[in-house]
Ligand binder design. Structure first.
Ligand code: PRT
Ligand code: ZN
Length: 287
């Protein structure tokens, strides 16, 4: 049916690998991601995974070695890649930030003028400073950026931050956000028609999994006289399903609620007389 498999470049080992593998598995794509593998063919979908270093992913996709990829937006931006972002995946969230030693007395970006800033993101940092008319000495280093001020290599740094604990343990304080980032699905713009078709099926599944992660399925029992109130609390995708219970005067209500604020809603449901409330994770959701 298909000429060849779609090739997807994913991170081999690092902060995005586990969530990427989990995402593909949730899409019901089965493959062997055994340690040390460089490539793996899916058993039940025309997809081949290429396991690579994250920094190499934009180039591999641009060169056509891979057709699409999952990579941090920060890597894509630093590589000045014009690959199309098809979906933001909601994992690998972090920000590229400028940080200074705690005693720096930072007030605004002008305090960085003439300072040495160590980073692995010279392009993004350079652009950020230029847009603000600040001239600083951008010092490119490939790793352990956070120790640069401590060893006298720089006055400030620009690096990725997620929890902030690396900055904290190195006596640094975050002062500016250069960009926010998360893992994204990217694709080459010139896929052949059969590959495009496979990519669309893959994207359909990925979107269904991403959407499902943002929502929960909720079931509860409620006295009929409170139904109106409860229906307004959980409007669902179209409207909630309401079914009579065997016990007279009661109904069962099924609906979908946003994951990020479901606790306050559950409290209100309980206060409105709902009982037997079940909140269930969803694997895939198609609106
Ligand atoms: O070997 P390879 O080149 O593939 O991996 P890598 O070491 O270059 O990248 P990796 O696995 O560290 O990160 C892959 C991607 O994860 C990044 O490109 C980001 O898109 C994303 N990501 C999310 C992060 C972080 N969070 C993160 N916290 N990447 C790196 N960090 C580092 C940061 O550089 C700093 O050293 O974690 C430290 C800070 O973390 P906190 O939690 O202490 O703030
Ligand atoms: Zn890397």
């Amino acid at each position: 049916m298909f000429n060849r498999n779609l090739k997807i470049a994913v991170q081999k080992a690092g902060r995005l690998s586990e969530a990427t593998v989990e995402l593909l598995k949730k899409c019901d794509i089965g493959f062997d991601n055994g340690h040390g593998k460089l490539r793996s063919l899916a058993f039940n979908f025309p997809l081949e995974m290429l396991f690579l270093r994250d920094d190499d992913i934009p180039q591999y996709v641009e060169d056509g070695v891979a057709d699409c990829g999952i990579v941090g937006e920060n890597v894509l931006a630093e590589a000045e890649s014009d690959l199309m972002i098809v979906e933001r995946l909601g994992f690998g969230r972090c920000r590229l930030s400028i940080a200074v030693p705690r005693g720096f007395r930072y007030r605004n970006i002008e305090n960085l003028a003439g300072k040495r800033i160590a980073t692995s993101y010279p392009l993004l940092l350079g652009r950020f400073l230029k847009e603000r008319g600040v001239f600083a000495d951008v010092h490119t280093i490939s790793g352990s950026v956070e120790i640069a001020p401590g060893v006298g290599l720089s006055d400030a740094i620009c690096d990725l931050v997620s929890s902030g604990s690396t900055l904290f343990t190195n006596g640094l304080e975050e002062v500016e956000t250069v960009m926010n980032s998360e893992a994204v699905l990217v694709v080459r713009s010139d896929l052949s028609r059969p590959l495009k078709k496979i990519f669309e099926s893959l994207t359909f599944r990925i979107k269904a999994v991403s959407e499902a992660r943002k929502n929960k399925y909720i079931l509860l029992n409620a006295p009929n006289e409170r139904l109106g109130e409860i229906r307004n609390l959980i409007p669902g995708m179209k409207s909630p399903t309401v079914m009579p219970l065997a016990q007279e005067g009661w109904s069962s209500i099924h609906s979908v609620i946003a994951d990020d604020d479901h606790w306050p809603v559950v409290e209100k449901l309980k206060a409105s007389g709902a009982e037997g409330i079940l909140v269930i994770s969803i694997d895939q959701m198609i609106r």
